[in-house]
Design a protein around this ligand. Structure first.
Ligand code: HAM
Length: 418
């Protein structure tokens, strides 16, 4: 029977089996953020619509087409957050964080919402992890935030990751460059796709993203922003590159790299993964030196990134299962008496305290039923408690079974390595 109600298009339930992989990613990120002093900040899932119009930019696809906007009972226009940087900057200004020692280093994780056409790796509710370093224009901050994401993807074992790096220059340089680019596009209007042609004056940078053959031809000879960098912008980009080189971070400079949000200045970067199809970016970000001021705060340079948890999971693919946590099932069927029951609880608690996942029968199953259940929950081992007080340990993968010292169960299971 087909279910009457289904999760809305582009959304999904995170079922218990899938939750483990997500929790591992969030825990790895939380540990990396904590070690580097990026403290968690949680903002609401909805904000005033104007925050995103001003922050992300009215000409972006996100604001033009993808926001879930609604009116509340008081007639206010609210929007489910499509991204986290504008809200973080709103909070920075609202709580006077510019008075704290700078930079303020923040991190976040949670659901975000964009009304996009759903496909693998692209959802209407998705989850991001992010870091923002607000209050410094030092190239060291650029290198640090890039390293945080590089470390996270490395630690999680995301395969086939490549880092692309670009720079958009300061706001003024970017403005001047955009005029040059528009002039180039206008000069070749006839060769451009309609979509690009209609947006020459609104968002000319998106032309670099086009799949249209005519447009690609025009863009091959277009001026690039990296090629136009001058003075302090050029020095800043060179300094970021030097620091990344010294840190052994491999990247390619992509002079045509653009990102879909208006607030970027200077450094931008994107981590792409060859295991993902069209939606190949696992995470990305850049500098947004004008955003805090734009939102009513003091002039405050900043940089950060966000990564998509679903994209990371997709990139990890099958490997995720192989790394699933080892689990022990304790069977107390042979000694149905109270002693065996209490022993099962005590052993499970001891294993859990040692960081090992452990469960026991809670449903009064027969010995055979318990073994079946152990298999069902993906247990790597089953411990059989015997009436005599002895125990047997079964390796579920090989089917081998041997006597085990119950007083030393943690060691027996981990072989001494935890
Ligand atoms: P973004 O590139 O729009 O940047 O999104 C960051 C990441 O979120 C993407 O790399 C992708 O992994 C994931 N993502 C975006 N849209 C979707 C979707 N519809 N479905 C699944 N995953 C998605 C930002 O949001 C900026 N706030 C990043 C930033 C922080 N820049 C500076 N600080």
């Amino acid at each position: 029977m087909a279910a009457k109600y289904q999760a809305p298009r582009g959304t999904f339930d995170v079922l218990p089996a899938a939750a483990r992989g997500r929790a591992r990613i969030e825990a790895a990120a939380a540990a990396i953020f904590a070690r580097a002093g990026y403290e968690p900040l949680a903002t609401p899932v909805f904000e005033d619509t104007e925050l995103f119009e001003r922050g992300v930019g009215k000409s972006t696809d996100i604001v033009r087409k993808e926001m879930f906007t609604f009116e509340d009972k008081g007639g206010r226009s609210l929007t489910l957050r499509p991204e986290g940087t504008a809200p973080i900057c709103r909070a920075y200004v609202e709580h006077g964080m510019h008075k704290l020692a700078q930079p303020v280093k923040l991190s976040y994780a949670g659901p975000f919402f964009r009304h996009e056409r759903p496909q693998a790796g692209r959802y209407r509710q998705f989850h991001q992890l992010g870091a923002e370093c607000i209050g410094t224009d030092s190239p060291l901050a650029d290198a640090e935030v890039i390293m945080l994401l590089s470390d996270l993807l490395g630690e999680l074992g995301v395969p086939g990751v490549e880092l692309r790096l670009g720079s958009l220059g300061s706001l003024e340089a970017r403005r001047a460059y955009l005029e040059d680019l528009k002039a180039h596009l206008h000069a070749h209007e006839g060769e451009l796709s309609r979509d690009v042609r209609e947006r020459i004056d609104i968002n000319p940078l998106r032309a670099f993203d086009s799949d249209d053959e005519g447009t690609r031809g025009v863009m091959a000879s277009a001026p690039t922003i990296v090629g136009s960098l001058q003075g302090e912008d050029a020095e800043h980009f060179a300094a970021v590159r030097e620091l990344l080189d010294a840190a052994g971070i491999v990247y390619t400079v992509d002079p045509t790299l653009v990102r879909g949000l208006d607030y970027y200045t200077r450094t931008i970067f994107s981590f792409v993964c060859d295991q993902l199809g069209a939606q190949s970016e696992v995470g990305g970000g850049g500098r947004y030196d004008g955003l805090v001021e734009q939102l009513g705060g003091p002039a405050t340079p900043a940089i950060g990134w966000a990564a998509g948890i679903e994209r990371i999971l997709l990139a990890l693919g099958e490997e995720e299962d192989a790394k699933a946590q080892r689990r022990v099932f304790i069977s107390h069927a042979t000694g149905a008496g109270k002693i065996s029951r209490a022993k099962a609880l005590a052993l499970a608690t001891e294993l859990r305290h040692a960081g090992i996942a452990a469960e026991f029968d809670l449903a009064g199953r027969s010995p055979k039923g318990q073994l079946k259940h152990a298999d069902r929950i993906g247990a790597s081992w089953v411990v059989f408690l015997e009436d005599s007080g002895e125990g047997q340990l079964r390796d579920m993968a090989s089917g081998e079974q041997r006597a085990v010292d119950l007083g030393n169960l943690v060691e027996e299971i981990t072989g001494g390595e935890l």
